[in-house]
Design a protein around this ligand. Structure first.
Ligand code: S3P
Length: 436
């Protein structure tokens, strides 16, 4: 049973301090899955603390993978790889709220000679899965669903390689198909229309898989040969950039802010947020840049400034998809406002994020224009605190906690517990760096 909690946010004067982020959610999911099908042990330090990544670990356990959390406080997970053949689960694989778990793990389940049932919560049960069902079926998996939505019943087995042009730019689908490709006869080729995050490719290489990649227009083509074996990995997961986005945007609200973010993920396919915040007027410098198993990591020093506006469209919308809610939530406080287009994927995330952002902004007294594929939010607005809803969506809860810092009066967010999907300590950490 879920217990509803409210968060109360009061106006702030400044953001100041240092924040070390839990491990990146996208990378944690992929490492947990690949460690499970690798040979030998893996050790993952700074594993995501979010409930979503715990869902992935729960599914891996149900598939017979042995893993344990080490009690040393640094979120270390040790996994004993099962190799490519997992064990038939005796219960449904519960993906909770996590689209990443269901979509990416369906690629591995499709390579297994048994049937897996994958289920999710009410939000996940509404999300489109035909984007993985169609190509996995073409590879030979048998998949039953509720009209393209969860639950999925996947009967895997010997897969054949395909060449697949993804109609939707989705890193989850790309990873799903590359993972399935490991079990296929021949070389599977996945082409995406726009470049999406490449953590799947980077992780596969870190586990010893050989991949070929080449540019294809604005997108990218990746090829993986089936039958390769993975070897266990010892690594440290960089801090989650999409979680850091909330603090960076909070810092942007106050010209006197000073924030340090050590050991943050800086992968270029994820770091578009930094470009856009710099263009808008935030001062960001990066020090101590290093590479850990193919992922770039650095320390950010951030100083507030007056924020100009931005227009986000085309490939930038795909690159910023998880950060758009918080950028939109601070848009009224920028000089020229923010317009987002080409982002209709936001309507099928954990909530309809376009509608959720517009509803909450209007409750705070803001003007916000809504389009099928985006939003236009004028700048230079003053907002007041209001009673808001998280729409059971972690990124909506956190985005409006940030907006509430610059509103007059108190902002109350119902369903604030959903922040724990990606970042359980969010509200506490926000409080620690907020000056009043
Ligand atoms: C993710 C990809 C994105 C993103 C999601 C995580 C990933 O989704 O929104 O939060 O880890 O690959 P899509 O694959 O649907 O674009």
């Amino acid at each position: 049973m879920k217990t509803e909690s409210q968060a109360v946010v009061r106006p702030a004067r400044n953001i100041r301090g240092s924040v070390r982020l839990p491990g990146d959610k996208s990378i944690s999911h992929r490492y947990a899955m690949l460690a499970g099908i690798a040979e030998g042990p893996s050790r993952l330090e700074n594993y995501s603390t979010g409930a979503d990544c715990a869902s992935t670990l729960g599914c891996m356990r149900a598939l017979g993978v042995k893993w344990e959390r080490k009690p040393d406080g640094d979120n270390v997970i040790e996994v004993q790889g099962s190799g490519m053949s997992l064990t038939a689960p005796s219960r449904a694989l519960d993906c909770g709220n996590s689209g990443s778990t269901m979509r990416m793990l369906s690629g591995i389940a499709s390579g297994q000679r048994f049937t897996s049932e994958m289920i999710g919560d009410a939000s996940l049960s509404r999300r489109p899965m035909e984007r993985v069902i169609k190509p996995l079926s073409a590879m030979g998996a048998q998949i039953a669903s509720r009209e393209g939505k969860p639950p999925l019943h996947i009967t895997g087995g010997s897969l054949k390689a395909i060449d697949y042009k993804m109609p939707v730019a989705s890193a989850q689908v790309k990873s799903c198909l590359l993972f399935a490709g490991l079990f296929a006869d021949g070389a599977t080729c996945v082409e995406e229309p726009l470049r999406t995050r490449d953590h799947g490719e980077v992780a596969l290489r870190a586990f010893g898989v050989h991949l070929d990649r080449k540019n294809a227009g604005a997108g990218n083509e990746v090829r993986v040969r089936g039958g390769q074996r993975l070897r266990g990995l010892e690594t440290r997961i960089p801090g989650d950039l999409s979680s850091a986005a909330f603090f960076l945007c909070a810092a942007g609200l106050f010209p006197g802010s000073e924030l340090t973010v050590p050991s943050l993920l800086m992968n270029p396919t994820r770091a578009r947020l930094l470009d856009i915040l710099v263009q808008m007027g935030l001062r960001i410098s990066v020090t101590q840049l290093e590479e850990i198993n193919g992922e770039l990591v650095g320390t950010l020093q951030v100083e507030g400034g007056k924020l100009k506006g931005a227009r986000i469209s085309g490939g930038a919308s795909a690159a910023l998809i998880d950060e758009i809610p918080v950028l939109a939530a601070i848009a009224p406080f920028t000089e020229q406002g923010i317009e987002v287009r080409d982002a209709k994927e936001l309507r099928v995330k954990e909530s309809d994020r376009i509608a959720a952002v517009a509803t909450n902004l209007r409750k705070m007294g803001a003007t916000a224009e809504e389009f099928e594929d985006g939003l236009k939010i004028p700048g230079g607005q003053s907002l007041h605190g209001a009673e808001l809803d998280s729409f059971d969506d972690h990124r909506i809860a956190m985005a409006f906690a940030v907006a509430g810092l610059r509103a007059s009066g108190e902002t109350v967010i119902s369903g604030a517990e959903s922040a724990a999907i990606s970042y359980p300590a969010f509200f506490q950490t926000l409080e620690e760096i907020t000056e009043r």
